[in-house]
Write a protein of this length. Structure first.
Length: 115
């Protein structure tokens, strides 16, 4: 098998494997819920995450700032390879965004408990 064929097969099998994992997870969850109904048990409702929007927003804002940082680093030639600046920027600022959102959430929870 030559390198071109192998390079083409890797993403194909990755996508097929990912789809298979999702299908197996959905089928097993359906079976579990069906068995619970047959036994007369109540299916627990999923609780909404109270601060999910804040976490997601901070992640997206951090990723956008990271892309901007990567673009600036690419224009200034700070990294040997062009993609490195984008990768570092997105990971760094997305992580900072998540840390800041968790600190904000922790403070909000403390305020709610104090009232």
């Amino acid at each position: 098998m030559n390198e071109g064929t192998l390079a083409l097969m890797i993403p194909i099998f990755s996508v097929i494997g990912g789809i298979a994992i999702v299908i197996v997870a959905l089928v097993s969850d359906h079976r579990r819920k069906t068995q619970m109904i047959e036994k007369g048990m109540e299916i627990p409702m999923k609780k909404p995450t109270p601060f999910g929007g804040i976490k997601f927003g901070a992640l997206i804002i951090g990723a956008a700032i990271g892309l901007t940082f990567g673009s600036i680093a690419d224009n200034w030639g700070l990294f040997v390879e062009d993609e490195t600046g984008y990768f570092v920027g997105v990971m760094l600022f997305a992580g900072i965004g998540l840390i800041l959102s968790s600190l904000y959430i922790k403070n909000e929870v403390k305020k709610e408990e104090g009232q």
